[in-house]
Design a protein around this ligand. Sequence first.
Ligand code: GLU
Length: 388
Amino acid sequence: MIKLAARVGEVPPSITLAIAAKAKAMKAEGIDVCSLSTGEPDFDTPEHIKAAAKQALDSGKTKYGPAAGEPELRAAIARKLRNDNNLHYQPENIIVSNGGKHSLYNLMMALIEAGDEVIIPAPYWVSYPEMVKLASGKPVIVQTDASTGYKITPEQLRQAITPRTKLFVLNSPSNPTGMVYSQGEIKALAEVIVDRDILVVSDEIYEKIIYDGAQHVSIGSLGQEIFDRTIISSGFAKGYSMTGWRIGYLAGPIELIKATSIVQGHSTSNVCTFAQYGAIAALESSQESVEKMRLAFADRREVIFELLDSIPKISCIKPDGAFYMFVNISKTGMTSLQFCDALLEQQKVAVIPGIAFGADDHIRLSYATDLGTIKKALERLDKFVRHI
Ligand code: GLU
């Protein structure tokens, strides 16, 4: 019997990945499964990005590179943050890692010590609390609900802060709720963060996927005091449909980025060298394909929202960003796991139980898939709910 490290004993596997894998396995067996599970755009990576990576591969970009990322990519990210987000970083303030998830994990390893508290508003993305636990920290979950659009209020944040609080996790647009914090809401949170002198990590991976004139405001752009306490986490997976490339990044204070580079230098080293050239092309060339995908998500959002609205016993708020519908199932009397298991079993529709996001009376539907699948899945969901 192998005695495993206690830290893994406390951490369950990722439910988002497990359900997506189950749906894929059922499909491979020939079962007609509709998967609205993982947040993975169905579009292929744009051609010009693939061409840049292929060219880098052919021209010998096949060796180890600097652990923190290719200098050209760090410079391109610094330019992007300046132009898009009004954040004034130098390339030295940037570290490139193996996806947004890895960026956040490295941050926790470099920052969090035993007993440090990290404030995470629920519903939260599945891996935030687990990463904090893997770093021996204590996730402090602050529950939010539909009455505030699933957003933490400044009062709630202030109340959750203790002398052990080190970090607050902000995610806008949000996975799983799709909510976007307004400039005023972000400003009010920034005031608490500065006043109580804690740090904030702002996960902005969905910033490009936003609807109906909603604005993405990067918290660090609101003034020097909040900028000094902000770490940005983002990546290429969602906006550029590059999920499998595994390229994410952090931007933040230099001493923290240096510490994160040490963690990365002793664990994974650099992200696949030639893949980073695809990321440079993504940032430095036309953003037309990003807009095209955003418009397709916007169409799907209208369709899925209308279909959900016509189903009894379930309800949801129309999201402002990302590609998820976060659906309240409390009137069905089922837990989210019971609901999702039965839906997959009876109607062959895969969705994610809200328990993965700290909200057991909800389920998450991803509409990062084609309209045909969305319509078929919703027809089946309708049938399922009417028979409960
Ligand atoms: N972030 C995506 C999701 O929430 C991908 C899966 C994952 O990394 O957990 O579905």
